[in-house]
Write a protein that binds this ligand. Structure first.
Ligand code: SAH
Length: 231
């Protein structure tokens, strides 16, 4: 799906709006302020995923727009939110924008080099986020979440879990929402939504069929992970 491709970030966002992928002013404003060119050097305004090295991709703009729209009510100023598989840092930056002031977005990725790359991207594209202290990027196995900064009002997972991600669900705050692709590598994945009700009960729903790279072991994804950069 490339129907929303533009020749600038502004044009990309206005096409996403024209196609009703974005219907909220907050999501529109956020994606205008987080210019994709700082997060991928390859065809940043084409509406498709792009390789960012380390055997992974930055998701397509329409999927970023979908995720932010779905989570919008859980991305309020003051909220604590988690982006698992932060990759380029693009979506973590958007989430940080939406929880400012007073909130914090944590991005976690298991490839140290990618975390460093995401930091550089944000320093170039949205340095205000580090100045405001509303964003933290950490290296770790995102399948376990990141309990230290939880519980979370919203959790986004940018890679597919093989089955129900119980430890992430347990890190949701009451009223919180998790969206995560669930299914086997390369096929039959479903974008799942888990809502933790104020009672603590969890409801789930299937949003749509998707194809994401798998949540995996760092060495399985990139055998030399961590050898060139340990920051
Ligand atoms: N939302 C990101 C998606 C990047 S692709 C973006 O649009 O840029 C998925 C990411 O998940 C990759 O960066 C990959 O390194 C990461 N990943 C895969 N398995 C992981 C795991 N077990 N723990 C943390 N990150 C993981």
């Amino acid at each position: 799906m490339r129907r929303c491709t533009g020749s600038s970030n502004k044009e990309l966002v206005s096409r996403l709006c024209a196609e009703k992928v974005i219907t909220s002013d907050r999501v529109k404003q956020t994606m205008l302020e987080v210019d994709r060119q700082y997060y991928t050097s390859r065809s940043p305004y084409v509406d498709s995923p792009q390789g960012i090295g380390y055997a992974v991709t930055i998701s397509a703009p329409h999927m970023h727009a979908f995720a932010l729209s779905n989570l919008e009510k859980h991305l309020r100023p003051g909220n604590s939110v988690l982006d698992v598989g932060s990759g380029s840092g693009y979506l973590t930056a958007c989430m940080a924008k939406m929880v400012t002031p007073g909130g914090r977005a944590t991005g976690i990725d298991h490839i140290p080099e990618l975390v460093q790359k995401a930091k550089n991207n944000i320093v170039n594209g949205n340095p205000e986020l580090f100045e405001e202290g509303c964003l933290e990027l950490v290296v770790g196995d995102g399948r376990k979440g990141y309990p230290k900064n939880g519980p979370y009002d919203a959790i986004h997972v940018g890679a597919a879990a093989p089955d129900t991600p119980s430890s992430l669900i347990s890190q949701l705050a009451p009223g919180g929402r998790l969206i995560v692709p669930v299914g086997p590598q390369g096929s039959n994945q479903v974008m799942m939504q888990y809502d933790k009700l104020p009672s603590g009960e969890v409801s789930s729903s299937k949003l749509m069929g998707v194809i994401y790279v798998p949540l995996t072991d760092a060495k399985a994804q990139w055998p030399s992970a961590g050898l060139t950069n340990n920051k």
